[in-house]
Design a protein around this ligand. Structure first.
Ligand SMILES: Nc1ncnc2c1ncn2[C@@H]1O[C@H](COP(=O)(O)OP(=O)(O)OP(=O)(O)O)[C@@H](O)[C@H]1O
Ligand SMILES: [Mg+2]
Length: 269
């Protein structure tokens, strides 16, 4: 009987999660489960509450209702750094990088939590310090290779074109050993060729690292191609969830989002 099989704990489980800002329910009764290696899309019109969901499950905002779990562990009330340690990493709708730092140092800065040496080793530049530094540099180079930024290690982050800055943010997220990667509009501002490259990178990362991905994106060609399931938010409420085909043909979704002449919905990109 199936009862003898141990049920798999989802990587993320959000249960009736909600938050209110003043009179506005930005997210209301949000439910979602993401399994291992699953790629799930979160879509909806501007202001629907998508980024707020990311802020809730990364501890930036405290939910006013509901709870969420990472690998079965309740994360309510945890601080962002504790949630990062438990295995969530994200990129931001507005790119956040150390603009004046080199590309490789941006990735290394995200890995600092892995260091085993203590401050005196760094000050005295002991052999342990150099060994650790070498390991970090090598790992950072591998991650930059994955996001197709080899050869750009010594550029200042600010001097990279926009699409490459977005890929650098992904390398920084990968540096944290996460189980769940949250991507907030990674294709924003990218041309179709860059978007295609991004699609390959996301698929590669998921297969290679066996991680789960939750993707917010207005580029429907990307979402429909890459996601196994999609959930649609409108005014903070889930109005539909299902396969890309189900979502593309759902009258409610067409009415609220896909059918709109909204310049943010990029159906043909
Ligand atoms: N800190 C805050 N204080 C007050 N209102 C907020 C706050 N953060 C978000 N909101 C409001 O919550 C709603 C949802 O915003 P959110 O940024 O989550 O939308 P979104 O779906 O990510 O939109 P977009 O596609 O434009 O990025 C909006 O009405 C927004 O103004
Ligand atoms: Mg947003």
């Amino acid at each position: 009987m199936a009862g003898t099989e141990k049920e798999k704990v989802p990587v993320l489980r959000a249960q009736n999660l909600g938050i209110q800002f003043g009179g506005l329910k930005a997210v209301d009764s949000f439910n979602m489960e993401i399994g291992e290696s699953e790629l799930v899309g979160l879509i909806g019109p501007n202001g629907a509450g998508k980024t707020t969901v990311f802020n809730l499950i990364t501890g930036v905002y405290k939910p006013t209702e509901g709870s969420f779990y990472l690998n079965g562990e309740c994360m309510n009330g945890k601080k962002t750094h504790q949630i990062v340690q438990a295995g969530i990493a994200r990129t931001f709708q507005n790119i956040r990088l150390f603009k004046k730092m080199s590309v490789i140092d941006n990735v290394k800065a995200a890995m600092q939590q892995d260091l085993t040496y203590k401050l005196p080793h760094a000050i005295l530049r002991t052999p342990l310090y150099w060994r650790e530094e070498e390991k970090l540099t090598e790992r950072a180079r591998e991650l930059l290779d994955i996001v197709h930024l080899s050869g750009k290690e010594d550029y200042d982050a600010a001097n990279l074109p926009y699409g490459q800055q977005r890929r650098l943010e992904i390398a920084r997220a990968l540096a944290t050993d996460m189980k769940l990667l949250l991507l907030d509009e990674p294709a924003a501002g990218m041309n179709p060729t860059e978007t295609e490259e991004l699609l390959e990178i996301i698929n590669y990362i998921r297969d290679q690292f066996k991680i789960s991905v939750l993707l917010i994106e207005h580029d429907m060609s990307l979402v429909m191609k890459i996601c196994q399931r999609i959930q649609v938010l409108d005014f903070g409420t889930t109005i539909a969830s299902g396969t890309p085909e189900e979502i593309a043909n759902n009258p409610k979704v067409i009415e609220a989002y896909l059918g709109k002449e909204d310049e943010e919905v990029q159906a043909n990109a």
